[in-house]
Design a binder for this molecule. Structure first.
Ligand code: ATP
Ligand code: MG
Length: 441
């Protein structure tokens, strides 16, 4: 087991002339990353620009920790995992696994096992051999006490002499017996022991995924890297396998870095979560810290479902925020923040679960219901500010305001109602930088 330290990681790809980056990555002239890191060797000289995919990534994953990397598609999650695994070359920075600097080590020597979204099982091998294959090729995961080791030639002779006998009478080498034991232990842990003699094509998606996990576990590596390993599974199986992975990881205590773009997976699996966007870590924290104290607007919107609502408010005084449809008196804890912004605007963030049905009151939001989604255990409302008022002030009209209400409250599309805000759940952000502002506690 080992901790993994990522130190000032940069990754750029050479961009062909005229290539535009997509929205999630920045195209920078070659000089800028050179200035910052002094390292951008290896790019072909024909390249005029570099597509910068990862920038200034600093992250320490503790020994035995379950770290989740989460972020939207294209933000660089897989690239970061591939760098740790040694499948990509660093543009800048250092990667440590335990005490070893692994920047220049080939993947095999890093003692890391990676599980991909596509299971990549060997199709012509049984489940048993898929699990055993890596063990037979490498020494990792298999420990034989040297005092018990027989000379190789003795073992070879015994194997050759008994080859024609029925299977249970054949001699198998100590190494093969150790492999067998390891395969059976892992198969039991993952409950795939009844499937050991099947071929991958005879397995369901969930079973294949467990075999892929088993293959990684059997090697008993220092670090597991998992890249969206559950995204091919249906919802029920995903939830089951999610719980199983977490349990296994706790049992084995193997340092794990798990990539997903599913925030439920992130919140339920991670000891800590690194939220990424556009090649950078936005916030590194425990799941509840991310939910309760998002560092910026991006994290606030990304974590939580349905996402947080945002409203532009005018700061009238150190207590009062005004919107064209309502106003809010905040607690004195916000006074020093509001003082700085008096006369300017602020972004108010409020989660759907922190809006309730309220009475007619100028501190409440007058809305019209556009959509009702009754899920049985809870009901989601999509609403807009009342049409009559909104028409007079179109530029302040936000998108939909989402609210989550108790399922026994009957609300219909077209209803006009008032939503109240749970004042202790209010978030405020700087409208320009998007950074969260903190109340004094
Ligand atoms: N070999 C490459 N050459 C150029 N650009 C690349 C290469 N590999 C990845 N990229 C770019 O790097 C960015 C990050 O890709 P990456 O696969 O790491 O994203 P991701 O966060 O894993 O996304 P997803 O959730 O969709 O898997 C993308 O914009 C992608 O187009
Ligand atoms: Mg990916």
């Amino acid at each position: 087991m080992a901790q993994v330290v990522l130190e000032n990681i940069y990754k750029s790809y050479a961009a062909r002339k005229g290539e535009r980056s997509d929205a999630s990555v920045a195209i920078e002239p070659l000089v800028s990353p050179v200035d910052e890191t002094g390292l951008i060797a290896g790019l072909p000289s024909s390249a005029t620009t570099a597509v910068s995919v990862l920038r200034r990534i600093n992250l320490t994953v503790q020994d035995g920790e379950f770290m989740v990397l989460v972020g939207p598609s294209g933000c660089g999650k897989s690239t970061l995992l591939r760098l740790i695994a040694g499948l990509e070359q660093l543009t800048g920075g250092n990667i440590w696994v335990g005490d070893a600097l692994v920047n220049d080590l080939p993947p095999k020597q890093r003692d890391i096992a990676m599980v991909f979204q596509s299971y990549a099982l060997y199709p012509h091998m049984t489940v048993y051999n898929n699990l055993a294959f890596g063990l037979r090729r490498t020494q990792s995961g298999i420990r034989i006490k040297s005092s018990q080791k027989l000379p190789g030639w003795v073992e070879n002779m015994a194997v050759a002499a008994t080859r024609s006998l029925p299977k249970n009478l054949r001699y198998s080498s100590q190494r093969e017996r150790a492999v067998d034991q390891r395969v059976r232990t892992v198969a039991q842990m993952l409950q795939i022991d009844p499937l050991l003699q099947r071929l991958p094509k005879q397995l369901s998606g969930g079973q294949k995924q467990r075999v892929a996990l088993g293959r990684a576990m059997a090697r008993n590596p220092q670090v597991f890297l998992m890249d969206e390993p559950l995204s091919n599974l249906d919802a029920k199986l995903r939830a089951e396998t999610r719980a199983q992975i977490v349990k296994l990881q706790r049992q084995l205590g193997t340092t794990t870095i798990y990539v997903t773009h599913d925030q439920t997976e992130a919140m339920t699996m991670g000891d800590r979560i690194a939220v990424m966007n556009a090649g950078q870590i936005q916030q590194l924290a425990t799941p509840l810290e991310l939910y309760n104290r998002p560092a910026n607007r991006f994290v606030a919107e990304f974590i939580g479902s349905p996402p947080m609502n945002f409203l532009t408010m005018q700061v009238k005084s150190d207590r009062l925020l005004a919107h064209s449809h309502f106003h809010l008196s905040l607690s004195p804890a916000w006074a020093s923040v509001l003082q700085q912004y008096t006369g300017r605007s602020l972004l108010l963030g409020i989660r759907p679960e922190h809006l309730n049905l309220g009475d007619a009151n100028e501190q409440h939001l007058p809305v019209q219901v556009e959509l009702v989604e009754a899920l049985g255990n809870e009901t989601y409302l999509s609403t807009t500010f009342e049409q009559s008022l909104a028409k007079t002030d179109l530029d302040l009209l936000p998108g939909m305001l989402h609210a989550r209400i108790e399922p026994d409250q009957t609300v219909r599309v077209g209803d006009a109602l008032w939503l109240s805000i749970q004042m202790d759940k209010v978030h405020l952000f700087d409208p320009e930088t998007g950074m969260a502002l903190r109340a004094q506690v």
